[in-house]
Design a protein around this ligand. Structure first.
Ligand SMILES: *Cc1c(COP(=O)(O)O)cnc(C)c1O
Length: 417
């Protein structure tokens, strides 16, 4: 999408991103981002923006947040060397283990940060949206931790598909509200949560789950998830003796990827985001927003989206529920346009095979979302023998067992048998 950025502009925008100058005061990452919301929502977003400005980098807030990350989330998460996978791939492979974080994925970094912010802002309750239920579980847990009631909006279709997570949320004290409007999945759940938020922006905090939507969410979520990249940077230097040559992360809305990439933008590291290639390259067959989409406005942000020729947002498909979204965070759209990060797609089948390979070689059952990152990393390793690479292992795969059970394990030969 180089046409959106004038020649010569890309370098200046990238430098601004590296310097921490983006988003600008209008919430924009170059041409992307911003706040395209109805008049009725403006006061709620302005109130949130003022709250973020006042509290997020306040030392007392940060001390509290860091303490929760350490004592409750279990940070820093491990950096794991993968010797057997390295041998197979002919590269030096390292894994950043967000699967070891409380509730099993990176989502908790954001959820607890925003829950603490909600507490500071003095709201009476929190609302959240969820698709697969992972962000709903993280939000329910974080709200219980800070002592705020939590209601999670979830599409009726997803409630049916993700029954175990619905039960988890309820046990963690959240109320799960079925959304019967629109596509009855994640997009409708976000719309419904926004509608609820405008009814009482002073009393309600909307805890959004990825680096998407109108300003300040993409900024707020990036700041909270950047702990992944900061820890990785230090751990790579300490454990591997230097930074990686390339880093990989899966991209749904883009929160774990921006969290890993952002602190590495200024380094000489190839950065690759991996989207859901689904079953094919046609509209509706995948969720490869950056790899195959076009610019447009979705849920308050100008970004890359999957739409048809009339601008109708398209349904998506992925084997992993967490990557199944027709938009993406605006900062990724900029990083793609400047050429700093490359975005590729991995198919359902290749993701399944990668999941199996990681189980077999390293004893880690990773999430189906995460598996997509391994597909691209493996290809890169074959083309770059002997190089060092880092993979953001965004979550654990236990939640995917109902899906995985449909695909029987290949019978493996045991060398010693
Ligand atoms: C939700 C989820 C994702 C996708 O969300 P991002 O905002 O793109 O990070 C990726 N991996 C796991 C394990 C998830 O639960």
């Amino acid at each position: 999408m180089t046409s959106l950025i004038q020649p010569g502009e890309a370098e200046a925008l990238l430098q601004a991103a590296i310097n921490g100058e983006l988003p600008d005061e209008r919430g924009r990452f170059g041409p992307f981002g911003g706040r395209y919301v109805p008049e009725t929502l403006v006061p709620a977003f302005e109130r949130l923006e003022a709250g973020v400005r006042e509290h997020l980098h306040d030392p007392q807030f940060q001390a509290e947040y860091q303490r929760e990350l350490r004592e409750w989330v279990g940070r820093p998460t491990a950096l794991t060397h993968a010797p057997r996978l390295s041998e197979r791939w002919g590269a030096d492979v390292w894994l950043k283990r967000e699967d070891l974080a409380h509730t099993g994925a990176h989502k908790i970094n954001n959820a607890i940060g925003q829950a603490l912010l909600a507490k500071r802002l003095g709201v009476e309750r929190v609302i959240a949206e969820t698709g697969a239920g992972q962000h709903g579980v993280a939000s329910a847990a974080a709200c219980a931790r800070v002592g705020l009631p939590c209601a999670v909006y979830m599409g009726a279709v997803d409630i049916e598909r993700q029954a175990p997570n619905v039960d988890r949320m309820r046990r963690l004290g959240a109320e799960v509200i079925a959304v019967e409007s629109g596509d009855k999945t994640l997009r409708a759940a976000i719309d419904e949560a926004l509608r609820k938020w405008v009814t009482d922006p002073a009393g309600i905090y909307y805890l959004l789950g990825s680096a998407v939507g109108a300003h300040p969410y993409p900024y707020l979520v990036r700041e909270l998830q950047s702990v992944i990249g900061r820890e990785s940077r230090e751990q790579m230097i300490e454990q591997a003796g230097g930074l990686p040559d390339a880093a990989f992360a899966c991209v749904g809305g883009g929160s774990n990827a921006i969290g890993l990439f952002y602190p590495l933008l200024g380094d000489d590291i190839e950065l690759i985001g991996v989207e859901a290639g689904g079953t094919g390259s046609g509209l509706g067959q995948n969720a490869a927003t950056l790899a195959t989409g076009t610019p447009g406005v979705l849920q308050g942000s100008y970004t890359m989206i999957l739409q048809d020729g009339d601008g109708q947002v398209q349904e998506t498909h992925s084997i992993s529920a967490g990557l199944d979204y027709s938009g993406v965070g605006p900062e990724h759209a900029l990083l793609q346009a400047t050429g700093r990060v490359r975005y590729v797609a991995a198919s359902d089948g290749d993701a399944l095979a990668a999941l199996e390979e990681l189980c077999e070689t390293e004893g880690i059952l990773t999430a189906l979302e995460t598996s997509h990152a391994y597909v691209a990393a493996r290809e890169w390793a074959k083309e770059n023998p002997g190089k060092r690479l880092l993979i953001g292992n965004s979550g654990r795969g236990d939640k995917d067992m109902p899906t995985l059970t449909k695909f029987p394990v290949k019978v493996r030969g045991h060398a010693s048998a």
